[in-house]
Each structure stands twice: as C-alpha cells, then as structure tokens.
Design a binder for this molecule. Structure first.
Ligand code: PGA
Length: 250
C-alpha cells in the first residue's frame, strides 16, 4: 500500500493578505521529518493563491483551490476555471464541498464535471461526499455516500484523485462520528470507489476524513483504517493548529 497521507486545509471564505503569515509559518514548520510522513496543502481563497505560491515556492506546502467552473474559460461572470487555479500556483482543487452543494445547489453531475475539469487542467480534484444528520439518523449514510461516489467521480478518473468523506453534521460543529462509524464508512467508500472505477485504482486513492478535525482528535481519527488524511476547515486557519493536526503523522 503506497498511499501517502494528505492533510489539506480549507480556509473557505476566510483570509486576507495579512493571513499569508500563517501559510508562511506552516511552510516553515513543514520540515523534512514531516515531509517524509505526509503531504500538506492549504486551500486559501483564490485571491491569495498566487501570493501564497511565492511564499511556498520551495517545494514545501502545496496549494489548492476550493471550487472551479467546469469550463476552461468563457462568459461566466464571477467564476474561476481549473486552468486559472493551476496558473495561479494550485495543484489541487476541492470540488463538491457540502457548502457548495447546499449554498449553490451543486448536484453530483456538476461535481463530476468540475472534477473532470480539474483533471483536464492538470489539477488533482479532492471530491467531497457526506451525509446530513437526518440521513444518518434514518440509517441512510452509506447509501447516500455511495450514490454521491457513483455520481461525482468521473468514470475514467485516475488513481491520483482524492476523495474526502465529510459528514455534513460534523462540519464546523465540534461533533465527530465514532471511530467505528468512520471505519465503516471509509471501508465502504473504498469498495464503492473500486466498483465505480475498477482496475484496482481504489487501493491507491486517498480517502480523507473531514469534519471538526482538531489537534486533540487528529491522532485517533487518522489512525482509523482506510483514513488517508484529513480535510481541515476551521483549524487550518491557524498554523499552530494545522501543524498540530499534521503532527499526528510525525
Ligand atoms: P471543519 O470543516 O474542520 O471546520 O469542521 C471541515 C470542512 O468543511 O472541510
């Protein structure tokens, strides 16, 4: 098994130029020992990617976008293409985050088109899936996530794509699923990814856990079988907390 753990920070709609100091501090703390153990990226607002690239140019912490349009360019006021993110210095892009799905009505088909756009542009998509609280309480968590995997992953996706399981009810709430529930979902997700893509690709695809990951719970969550890293929201705004989470792999 060759999956290199990935710890990805999602700044969401937070961060001004002054916040670049946090990326600088993250990059400085991402030393050789940690690099040997895990890959670290941060996904700041698109306005900061090119500036962050100048800080993190030394092959240290990587950069990603938080969304992209499916088209490479065109009359889509306010949108940003995967090619633009790549040009600004990103190597990843988050697609299908639950906040995009709920705030902007993105469907699985939209997410799949965005993931394909990312691959077209040479970016690695981080494709997000996850059930709501009502769906979990109704016993539908696995079926909902399974359907999202079927609908959101391009059928010909390569083995370097990343999938993030983020239960909607755990995002920004301080709540996390039990270790057993995470283990069940990640094992199920890997099987479902294999059913979708075939060719043994799922053995190489990293499946991140996201939702209220903190320095205090990172080690426990990251040691669950089939958890290959974390997608971190709130705690990624602070270099101290983000590195504290990544240190689970040190
Ligand atoms: P959180 O967000 O870590 O603040 O819960 C996770 C996410 O939305 O990616």
């Amino acid at each position: 098994m060759t999956r290199r753990p990935l710890v990805a920070g999602n700044w969401k709609m937070n961060g001004l130029r002054g916040s670049l100091a946090e990326i600088k501090a993250m990059d400085a703390a991402y030393d050789d020992a940690l690099r040997g153990r895990a890959e670290l990226i941060v996904c700041p607002p698109a306005t900061l990617i090119a500036l962050a690239r100048d800080i993190a140019a030394g092959g240290g912490i990587g950069l990603g976008g938080q969304d992209c349009h499916a088209a490479p360019s065109g009359a889509h006021t306010g949108d940003i293409s995967a090619e633009m993110l790549k040009d600004a210095g990103a190597s990843y892009v988050i697609v299908g985050h639950s906040e995009r799905r709920s705030d902007h009505g993105e469907t699985d088909a939209d997410v799949q088109a965005k993931a394909a756009a990312a691959l077209r542009a040479g970016l690695t998509p981080i494709i997000c899936v996850g059930e709501t609280r009502a769906e979990r309480e109704a016993g539908e968590a696995l079926s909902v996530v399974g359907a999202q995997i079927d609908g959101s992953l391009p059928a010909d996706a390569p083995r370097h794509i990343v999938v993030a399981y983020e239960p909607v009810w755990a995002i920004g709430t301080g709540l996390t699923p039990t270790v057993d529930d995470v283990a069940e979902m990640h094992a199920f997700a890997r099987e479902r990814i294999e059913a979708r893509l075939g060719g043994g690709k799922s053995a190489d695809i990293r499946i991140l856990y996201g939702g209220s990951v903190k320095p205090s719970n990172a080690r426990e969550l990251m040691s669950v079988p089939n958890v290959d890293g974390a997608l971190v929201g709130g705690a990624s705004l602070s270099a101290k907390d983000f590195i504290g989470i990544a240190n689970a792999y040190r």
